[in-house]
Design a protein around this ligand. Structure first.
Ligand SMILES: NC(=O)c1ccc[n+]([C@@H]2O[C@H](COP(=O)([O-])OP(=O)(O)OC[C@H]3O[C@@H](n4cnc5c(N)ncnc54)[C@H](OP(=O)(O)O)[C@@H]3O)[C@@H](O)[C@H]2O)c1
Length: 315
């Protein structure tokens, strides 16, 4: 099979497209013929070493496809089933080995490509709007990078819960996408803090260094800063006194793994998302598909702000 691996951390050029022996499933594991693998920011951190991996390493954290082999002790999954997963390394490949307890079934009406595009960012948007801060009717919510993969999903899920959604973007073209996703107000980065000053119940910030201070100013007293990423670079250490000064704020730095650790939670989040897709209430905007061999180009496009919505690799 063909797969993307790295022998050293570095830029997109370290992503190697190589031939590998077909994997065999171990106890509790399943082999899946990958129909599509999602491209995510975390893959670029694994590649660069911002989140170091034991080398050599297989890259890719999300995908979907048809089960081609099951290991000893696996129940509830059979050869031929369409399944999807997130937060499992080695997804940039023609075949992925996935622990059976990390798989979710893909229902009729959702094809494997769409399922791959939904899992990681979709479940992240789900936990951010339902668990980190359970958005209520009438909440004022700020979503940074509103045209991005995460941004378009956060806007839609916050709207489903009845919020008034404000979004930031860098260009007019991205503004159009954020509005199509449902944003009520779309701002640029240079004036959002002043425009929203002290009014937001929650800020969803995946941009990080460039937006963090402005986000604190946009929050109402006792509002919540959900800092879930760092597309513009990491936020420097924060003096707790800053939270006091800006109005007894709450700050969290959540990660998906902690919100899908229990199998019931994993299944519930995925099944909510697939349900909303089937009902036409959630739209997954797959904006670009790349051949597996062009993983490096996908990483370059994602980190240089050229993309919108979801990127997929097709083995
Ligand atoms: N914690 C979690 O559980 C979790 C899970 C999934 C993703 N994430 C995080 O979510 C964030 C978004 O991920 P994504 O895959 O959906 O990416 P994305 O939002 O599609 O792409 C990043 C966007 O960030 C904006 N941005 C602002 N300043 C930037 C800069 N200096 N460099 C690059 N981009 C900049 C750009 O939009 P504009 O041009 O409109 O500014 C860019 O398109 C990432 O930080 C990722 O790590 C976290």
């Amino acid at each position: 099979m063909r797969a993307i691996v790295i022998a050293a951390h570095g830029g997109p050029e370290v992503l190697e497209h190589v031939e590998r022996p077909d994997p065999e499933p171990g106890p509790g594991e399943v082999v899946v013929d990958v129909a599509a693998a999602g491209v995510n920011y975390i893959d670029t951190y694994h590649r660069s070493g911002a989140y170091p991996l034991a080398l050599p390493a297989a890259i890719g954290s999300e995908g979907a496809g048809a089960v081609s082999a099951v290991g000893p002790g696996v129940r509830d999954v059979a050869v031929g089933d369409t399944v999807a997963w997130a937060s499992v390394l080695g997804s940039y490949a023609e075949k992925a080995v996935v622990p059976a307890d990390r798989l979710v079934p893909v229902p009729d009406g959702v094809d494997a490509e769409l399922a791959a595009a939904t899992m990681l960012q979709g479940m992240t948007a789900h936990y951010l709007t339902h668990s980190t801060h359970a958005v209520r009717e009438g909440d004022h919510v700020l979503v940074h990078a509103g045209a991005g993969g995460m941004g378009q999903l956060l806007i839609q899920l916050a709207k489903l819960r009845g919020a008034k959604v404000h979004a930031t973007v860098s260009t007019a073209e991205k503004e159009k996408l954020a509005r199509e996703a449902g944003a009520d107000e779309v701002l640029r980065y240079d004036d959002f803090a002043e425009a929203l000053s002290g009014r937001m119940d929650v800020v969803y910030d995946g941009v990080g260094a460039a937006t963090f201070d402005g986000g604190l100013k946009a929050l109402r007293p006792r509002g919540l800063m959900a800092l879930y990423g760092a597309a513009s670079g990491p936020v420097p250490p924060v003096d707790p006194q800053t939270l006091n000064k800006n109005g007894s704020l709450f700050l969290t730095r959540p990660t998906l793994a902690d919100y899908i650790a229990e199998r019931e939670e994993l299944l519930q989040r995925a099944s909510d998302l697939f349900g909303w897709i089937r009902e036409g209430r959630l739209r997954i905007n797959v904006s670009a598909r790349y051949p597996l061999a062009e993983a490096a180009r996908a990483h370059e496009d994602l980190t240089s702000r050229r993309t919108t919505g979801k990127l997929l690799l097709i083995p």
